[in-house]
Design a protein around this ligand. Sequence first.
Ligand code: ADP
Ligand code: MG
Length: 383
Amino acid sequence: MKFLSRLCSCLQERLKATTTSAKAAQEPNDGPDLFFDLHSLQLATNFFSELNQLGHGGFGPVYKGLMPDGQEVAIKKLSLESRQGIREFINEVKLLLKIQHRNLVTLLGCCTEGPEKMLVYEYLPNKSLDHFLFDKRKSPSLDWTTRFKIVTGVARGLLYLHEEAPERIIHRDIKASNILLDEHLNPKISDFGLARLFPGEDTHVQTFRISGTHGYMAPEYALRGYLSVKTDVFSYGVLVLEIVSGRKNHDNQLSSEKIDLLGYAWTLFQRGKLMDLVDPALAKCNGDEAAMCIQLGLLCCQASIADRPDMNSVHLMLSSDSFTLPRPGKPGIQGRGGRWTTTSTSAFTNTNASSATRASGGNSFVDEYSRNSISVSSIDEGR
Ligand SMILES: Nc1ncnc2c1ncn2[C@@H]1O[C@H](COP(=O)(O)OP(=O)(O)O)[C@@H](O)[C@H]1O
Ligand SMILES: [Mg+2]
């Protein structure tokens, strides 16, 4: 009994210490725009009830909440341990609040009271792309026009993160469940900048490797932890192929030729049968656009970093009618034993070798370093 009451008071002390340090780190002008108080989030989520849980990713669970003013929010509890102090966390959140674009999920603020730090986002009623794309009953509601809108919207959001945002953000975890859809099925990238909240962690690269689902990861990142904007380009390529084909990048239920989406797309490309990849659930489809998307997907997934276009080039390819896409070489295909094939034949962008940086934790050095070494392509000048 005595032990229990000691444990209780100890826990209370810890809670008080966290709250006090969070308060101390607040500045007078931080105001209510940045901080949500724990109690209001508890009320909004029915005390983080399981019924309110939207999902559980690599960083912790996400809950749907209803605020007193009627606003719906999504609250991400960061259960993962971070050595980052409260002050640094708040500074990162302040920075992330400035990263705004129509193709990014809006961050509304954070909560630093209690044992876990939390991020509060706008709630998107259609949840994520995977809910539609990989569900046979729902995938027909994603017609071709909508899919192409998603392909271009995600490219636009990534271009913003890589080149236009106040600070360069390499996402590291582009995948179907991180593409949220608004009420008109417009895409919004979620979970950008999360790496910045876990700097210098030994577990960091691991976390992203786990949450970053193997099938989406560029070979140089999966094998050596090398990080650059082209890491996202690779994942984007896989995503585009998933959107066109309506299937996951790896599907054990399929015949051995089809199991790996990237390998299958490459086989079809070589046979001149690209259109066989298109989702049979699509009643109508713009053939030229679909073929372009598949070729673009293959280009983005080239094994060699230098052979992948940057998002600027991707955006241009998608928005121009007259652009002839370069012929892709063999992509970086992950074999069944987890081994990568890294041969490549085509050269597309002119990137120097330093455009890859070691993933050491999303700090500004890594991000700055890769900003300086962004690939130069012949169409960069068009911006
Ligand atoms: N802002 C949001 N609005 C609606 N649903 C969301 C939002 N954020 C996340 N979700 C849902 O919660 C699920 C879990 O999210 P997350 O923890 O980021 O894991 P993951 O992205 O790995 O699936 C997502 O798959 C998505 O469907
Ligand atoms: Mg997510």
